[in-house]
Design a protein around this ligand. Structure first.
Ligand SMILES: CC(C)(COP(=O)(O)OP(=O)(O)OC[C@H]1O[C@@H](n2cnc3c(N)ncnc32)[C@H](O)[C@@H]1OP(=O)(O)O)[C@@H](O)C(=O)NCCC(=O)NCCS
Length: 185
């Protein structure tokens, strides 16, 4: 497969129709901890637009599942189909997922990775993740995972987000002045 010949890959929010392909992708890459369709369907219900897929010529070739909770944001999965690995897609997909987190005002994102997964660790290191913990039994007996975090607060927000924040600010100040104007003393 030659990305240059096939054209540039694209990135977009995951849709319901992607879930069977994501299930297949997960099963082809992870032998111990894979997401079944039922759990993927439930994750889809809560993930919103923060679950991204990479596609090439209409074919889904990777996904990044971000779960934004009240107290914690988790990169629950990052996966690129085997034939397309090691061509920079995982790094770009992760970059897009982190951009979406910044735009959603997430300040820290966490993930876990197997200590021997050198390729994934390289991608995470380069994106700014650092190891904050190690759990030897994270997914059960002898299922060790490194816990990594990435600080996003200092990252640049997109012009679209700046525009949205400015317009939220204007609506808030206009609501405040309307409210003050209605106060009678
Ligand atoms: C991890 C994964 C998402 C990365 O995506 P990718 O598209 O293959 O990664 P990229 O091509 O963007 O980058 C890979 C980097 O790792 C490097 N790399 C590849 N094999 C390596 C190895 N054995 N040791 C060290 N570095 C390695 C590459 O050189 C590249 O770095 P560079 O661009 O600085 O040279 C993908 O390989 C994957 O889906 N793996 C299986 C599932 C998985 O492990 N997911 C992560 C779970 S936490």
């Amino acid at each position: 497969m030659n990305i240059a010949e096939d054209g540039p890959e694209g990135y977009r929010p995951a849709q319901l129709e992607d879930l069977r392909g994501i299930e297949w992708l997960e099963q082809s890459l992870f032998d111990d901890t894979t997401y079944q369709y039922t759990i993927l369907r439930q994750l889809y219900a809560v993930s919103g637009k923060h679950w991204l897929v990479a596609e090439l010529n209409g074919k889904m070739i990777g996904h990044a599942l971000v779960l934004i909770g009240a107290d914690k944001t988790l990169l629950a999965s990052l996966a690129v189909a085997e034939d397309y690995q090691n061509k920079g897609i995982g790094r770009r997909l992760l970059g897009k997922a982190l951009e979406a987190c910044v735009d959603a005002d997430v300040s820290v994102i966490e993930l876990t990775v197997r200590p021997d997964n050198v390729r994934a660790r390289r991608v995470f290191d380069q994106a700014g993740f650092t190891i904050v913990d190690k759990d030897d039994h994270y997914f059960g007996p002898d299922q060790a995972r490194l816990v990594m975090e990435c600080e996003l607060a200092a990252r640049e927000v997109s012009p679209r987000t700046l525009e949205r924040r400015y317009s939220d600010f204007l609506s808030a100040t206009s609501a405040l002045s309307t409210h003050q104007g209605s106060v009678t003393v």
